[in-house]
Each structure stands twice: as structure tokens, then as C-alpha cells.
Design a protein around this ligand. Structure first.
Ligand code: TXA
Ligand code: MG
Length: 311
């Protein structure tokens, strides 16, 4: 007999409370959750992901109150959280000395990255585990992030204690990471909340590409990458290539997927990782990728594609 949703979540929360690691859905991508106050559990997350210990983890909290117990929620942080939480915004804040967080989660930094996820399963898990949950994306370090339970299984299968299947992720790209601990607010990683939406609260922000390269740990390496090479801004398809199209297109390849035949960036974001994995499985050694407009969610899509294309 299959478990009810409530039984599944109770089991997952129990595992996290006892120091286990559990993959679960969020509105952005699947996360790999562990009790952020449990050093051994957090160490296992780094090991399973093969993630360098210098690259700190995002920590999920239920909301502003829980965040304020871990970090200095400044006026600006509170206004941003009121507007965008729960949702795909991560705030980098000064960590409280008595936060109780395992120093591993924050890679020993005096700051901490907090986000309140919007997915109902992620929220129920936070409430029942009743503690902050360290939750990096549920993939091997450097590889494509999973947007469905099957893609978690492909990469992490037996290495985790449980995978909670909540169907496909609505947004499909990770949260926007906004640094509020530096001299000026700066986007360290473009993501599910576009820059223009944040600027309605923060005022003008510097160019994400610049601040990310300057200030965020772990953002310079190849990342989000399939096995195949990527050829970006492709306006033709060469023999043997697979093709990732965007918008109306009559180019064809051995294997073609279209991120959004009607040219919608939100639809393209939702489809991006799954289609990269799919084209990668076709065995092509190169995936030609159509140009994607750089506004709105396009900035985050292009950020991921550029990093995936690095060699
Ligand atoms: O959408 C998401 O954010 C997903 C879901 C599962 O919540 N999580 C996620 O976590 O993408 P992760 O750990 O894979 O991404 C962490 C990002 C990295 O770019 C890391 O450098 C940055 O957040 N980060 C974490 N802590 C930081 C800190 N204290 N200062 C600066 N950057 C930090
Ligand atoms: Mg990740």
C-alpha cells in the first residue's frame, strides 16, 4: 500500500531530525536537505555532492522570524523578504554568532545564505523538522540540477536516505542570490527572481555577471554542465550535434528539443535542465543552443548556459 503525502513528509522530517539526508522538491529545483545545525549530516551532504568545502550551502527557513534567529535581518532584508518570500530569493546576511548553524554549512564565513522556499512540501518539511534545513541543489557538484525526482535518482540514487517525489519543479532554475552583507547589495547569482523585480525594492543593482565573479565562492568553475559540450548562440546545426532550440525554429538535428516554441522565457527556464539532460542522453558530443534573449529570466538562463559551456 502506498504512503499518504502526510506519511511521506513525516518520514522525511524524522530522517532529517535524526541526521539523515533527504532529497525533496522546491519550486526552483530539487534540494538535498540536512539539519543545518548537525555537523555530521552537513558533512555528508558535501561528500555525497562531491562539493568543495569552500562553497557554502543555502539554508532554508520557514520565514522572517526563523531567519532572524540565524542572521541579522536588516530593514532592507525584511522588506525584500516581505515581498519575495516564500519564493526564489536567497539573501546573504551577517550570521549571528549564536546561530547554532554548523560552521561547515557556511564554509566558515561570517555570513549565511537564507531562503524561504514556496513549495508546499518544502514548507511542510521545515515546519515538521522544526529546524533550519541546509539545502543545496540535489545534484553532483558541477552537474545539471534536477527538476524532477527521476533526475535526482540518476545522480544520487542510493547515496541519499530518501527522495520525496513532488513532481516537476515549477520554476526550474535556482533562486536569485542577493548579497546584503557587502558595502552595497549585489546579485551573486541570477535566478528565479529577475533583477528588475529586486530593483523595485533595492534601487539600481550592479551587473550580476560582474558581482558574481568578484564576490561569490564557487561561481567561477564549470557548473550546471551536461557531459556533452555546449555551443552557444548557435544559428545553425552541424552534423552530429543535438539541438536545443528557443522560439519558432525550422532547424533540425538528430535530436532536437525546443525550450519554448512560442519564445516564453518562463517556459524555457522550466524546461532548461530537463532538456539538457535529455539531449545529453542522446549521446551527442555537442549540443548546439539557440540564442536566448538576455532580459528577465533570460539573464539566469544565459548565466547557467555560459557556465555549463565552460571547459
Ligand atoms: O534554488 C535554490 O537556491 C536551490 C534550492 C534547492 O533551494 N538551492 C541551491 O543551493 O541552489 P546551492 O547550495 O546549490 O547554491 C548555493 C549558492 C552558491 O552559488 C554559493 O556560492 C552561494 O549560494 N552562497 C551560499 N552561501 C553563501 C555566502 N555565505 N556568501 C556568498 N554566497 C553564498
Ligand atoms: Mg547547485
Amino acid at each position: 500500500m502506498s504512503e499518504t503525502r502526510a506519511e511521506t513528509i513525516a518520514k522525511a522530517a524524522g530522517l532529517i531530525r535524526r541526521g539523515g539526508i533527504v532529497a525533496f522538491p522546491t519550486e526552483t529545483v530539487y534540494g538535498l536537505g540536512a539539519d543545518a545545525t548537525n555537523e555530521a549530516a552537513v558533512r555528508r551532504v558535501f561528500e555525497v555532492k562531491g562539493r568543495p568545502p569552500s562553497n557554502p550551502l543555502i539554508i532554508h527557513v520557514f520565514g522572517i522570524e526563523a531567519a532572524a534567529r540565524l542572521a541579522d535581518m536588516t530593514d532592507l532584508a525584511t522588506r525584500l523578504a516581505e515581498r519575495f518570500w516564500p519564493g526564489p530569493l536567497t539573501l546573504v546576511l551577517e550570521r549571528r554568532p549564536n546561530s547554532g548553524l554548523s560552521p561547515l554549512t557556511t564554509a566558515g564565513l561570517p555570513t549565511v545564505a537564507l531562503r524561504a522556499p514556496a513549495h508546499p512540501i518544502a514548507r511542510d518539511l521545515l515546519q515538521q523538522a522544526d529546524r533550519p534545513i541546509a539545502a543545496p541543489s540535489a545534484n553532483k557538484s558541477g552537474c545539471v540540477s534536477p527538476t524532477c525526482a527521476e533526475h535526482v535518482r540518476l545522480q544520487l540514487a542510493d547515496a541519499v536516505d530518501m527522495i520525496v517525489d513532488g513532481g516537476p519543479c515549477r520554476i526550474g532554475l535556482e533562486s536569485t542570490v542577493l548579497d546584503l552583507a557587502g558595502p552595497t547589495p549585489a546579485i551573486l547569482r541570477p535566478g528565479g527572481i529577475p533583477k528588475a523585480a529586486l530593483e523595485e525594492v533595492t534601487g539600481a543593482l550592479a551587473d550580476p555577471a560582474e558581482s558574481a565573479l568578484r564576490r561569490s565562492p564557487g561561481t567561477q568553475a564549470r557548473h550546471y554542465a551536461p557531459k556533452a559540450a555546449l555551443r552557444l548562440n548557435a544559428t545553425d546545426v552541424r552534423p552530429g550535434e543535438a539541438y536545443l532550440a528557443f522560439g519558432p525554429s525550422n532547424l533540425t538535428a538528430g535530436k532536437t528539443r525546443n525550450l519554448s516554441p512560442s519564445g516564453q522565457l518562463a517556459e524555457a527556464a522550466t524546461n532548461l535542465y530537463g532538456m539538457l539532460i535529455d539531449l545529453d542522453q542522446s549521446g551527442a558530443t555537442t549540443i548546439a543552443v539557440a540564442p536566448i534573449p538576455d532580459h528577465g529570466l533570460g539573464a539566469a538562463i544565459n548565466d547557467r548556459l555560459r557556465r555549463a559551456a565552460r571547459r
